[in-house]
Design a protein around this ligand. Structure first.
Ligand SMILES: [Zn+2]
Length: 187
């Protein structure tokens, strides 16, 4: 342990680790920001809270999260809450308190509707891992928030996604309009 790792810093990291483990963040992801605790310490905290071992396996990628166009609406909502709560520019730094606030608040908006594990529903992020991945992607430039001048809502773009980098609310409206025009032509 280096000399800069003071008792206070360790205590602060224990508090942050508790907040993250309580929300079931993968220990591999948490250990990237909790520098004063070992991965084993994080796993022990997780186990103490949930009485089971932390989840292992692949960390989700940002492109793989939305499997339906509607998911972008929820992801944009989550990102908007985070952006409003963050005390720093979301592209330049991570605001841990804001991430926690955004996730907790997002969960209160859809009580009993978020399917945390597979098969996932359309509401994404479905768990705190996904919430974390979205925020990291915005921070790293793999995803971006935009403002749609047509429907006047915030939207989320994921670079490299199978979905075009456009406002998905307007894209859904266009699809609906196109489908109803086709139905009328057929009638
Ligand atoms: Zn729009």
């Amino acid at each position: 342990m280096n000399s800069q790792c003071t008792f206070e810093a360790r205590l602060y990291d224990q508090y942050r680790a508790y907040q993250l483990m309580k929300r079931k963040l993968r220990t591999a992801m948490a250990s990237k920001i909790i520098k004063n605790l070992r991965p084993t310490d994080l796993r022990n905290i997780y186990h103490a809270i949930h009485k089971k071992r932390p989840q292992s396996g692949m960390i989700p990628t940002i492109e793989a999260i939305p499997q339906a166009r509607e998911s972008f609406l929820y992801m944009a909502l989550f990102a908007s809450i985070y952006r409003s709560a963050s005390r720093v520019s979301i592209k330049s730094a991570l605001d841990l308190d804001a991430i926690i606030f955004a996730w907790d608040y997002f969960c209160t908006l859809f009580p009993n509707h978020i399917r945390e594990r597979r098969p996932f529903g359309r509401i994404r992020p479905a768990n705190f891992d996904e919430a974390w991945v979205i925020i990291l992607a915005i921070n790293n430039g793999f995803a971006e928030m935009g403002y749609c001048t047509t429907c006047h809502r915030n939207f989320l773009i994921i670079h490299g996604s199978k979905y075009l980098p456009v406002c998905q609310i307007c894209a859904m409206d266009d699809i609906r309009r196109h489908e109803s025009a086709q139905t009328k032509t057929r009638c």
